[in-house]
Design a protein around this ligand. Structure first.
Ligand code: DTR
Length: 339
């Protein structure tokens, strides 16, 4: 009796083993899910481009990929974006390189005062720069897009009509823009964009130095009633993916994302340029903001103070072994090409 029972059990065991190995593997459950982190609030341009990329990837992969987006620093914050993606906290992340100036030496060179005219030219020039040098800073991730902001201007609670008005005034800026504010004699205060509304409200700073779409998107026009046009510099951004996650994706999905890289970079630049125009119109009309244009003579004084910045960058980067002169020449040529 007992023997029979043991034989029966062994039979069941063998049969189940057999059927398990013969049956096809269960079909993968649903689409490939990816988590995409972003640091500023949803209405701002880094998140608008994120939603556009999500929509395009989901459409072009016929639903094979589904992307969950996390705006507003809910998954990763501004300064932790790159390391968070490398660690796999998010699969994809959007980062502003200016918040870690020492980390992205080559790509941050686009924030030198080189006269980049708009975000479209800046974004495509940044992509070309990345593509030519393939900087080590990005070796651990897959780069999905690169873009820049439109050129920066001063958004202020007080009017700035000449250089002397800036002396010692606390103004928020990051990365390459910091050098520029220092050269003009302002008191530069560093922090990522999401902390800026509070700093303005508390009076820690009297204004900020950035692209003008934030007048509308962050409602800075409610506090900053004066804009002084300086039109330099742009800030560089990157969208990166965790390398293991990238390597795990099917080839056809990789192709969709590869094909989108330059297209997405251009789309974001064009969106930004148009949105800056809308934002200025809205600020003037709805918020009574005064836009101050410097006279030619006054602007020449401001520009003169910026001349040593690129020369110093070249000297410092050469000391680090980078082909600094070539990098600057390349940025100028790429920007001209995409003008
Ligand atoms: N100019 C940079 C980057 C920047 C410009 N617009 C936005 C909007 C949301 C986040 C960052 C940015 C800066 O001032 O931080």
């Amino acid at each position: 009796m007992r023997r029979k029972f043991v034989i029966m059990l062994a039979g069941i065991f063998l049969a189940s083993l057999f059927s398990f190995t013969l049956l096809p593997a269960p079909a993968a459950a649903g689409p490939i899910k990816l988590k995409y982190a972003n640091f500023p609030p949803a209405p701002t341009f880094p998140c608008v481009q994120m939603e556009r990329w999500k929509k395009e990837v989901e459409k072009r992969t016929n639903g094979k990929v589904s992307i969950d987006t996390f705006p507003g620093g809910t998954l990763l914050k501004a300064k932790g974006m790159m390391d968070g993606v490398i660690a796999g906290t998010a699969d994809i992340g959007c980062l502003c390189m200016a918040y870690q100036p020492g980390r992205f030496l080559i790509t941050n060179a686009i924030a030198l005062p080189l006269g980049i005219p708009n975000a479209k030219a800046g974004s495509l020039a940044l992509w070309d720069l990345y593509d030519k040098y393939r900087p080590k800073a990005f070796a651990k991730v897959k780069v999905l897009a690169m873009f820049t902001t439109a050129p920066s201007n001063l958004m202020m609670k007080i009017p700035i009509r000449k250089l002397e008005d800036l002396k010692g005034v606390p103004i928020r800026a990051s990365g390459g823009a910091a050098q520029i504010l220092k050269a003009w004699g302002a008191n530069r205060v560093g922090m990522p964009m999401p902390q800026t509304p509070e700093a303005l409200q508390k009076g820690v700073v009297k204004g900020l130095f950035s692209s003008l779409e934030v007048m509308k998107d962050f409602k800075f026009a409610e506090m900053c009633k004066y804009v002084t046009m300086t039109q330099t510099p742009v800030y560089p951004f990157a969208v990166v993916m965790n390398m293991d996650k990238w390597n795990s994706l099917p080839k056809d999905v990789q192709k969709v994302m590869d094909d989108l890289r330059v297209e997405q970079s251009r789309w974001t630049g064009v969106y930004m340029d148009n949105h800056v125009i809308e934002s200025i119109e809205w600020s003037k009309k709805n918020q009574n903001v005064e836009v101050i244009e410097l006279s030619k003579k006054e602007k020449a004084r401001w520009d003169k103070l910026l001349e040593p910045i690129t020369a110093k960058w070249i000297k410092d980067m050469k000391a680090k072994g980078l082909p600094a002169e070539q990098i600057v020449a390349d940025i100028k040529a790429f920007a001209k090409k995409h003008r």
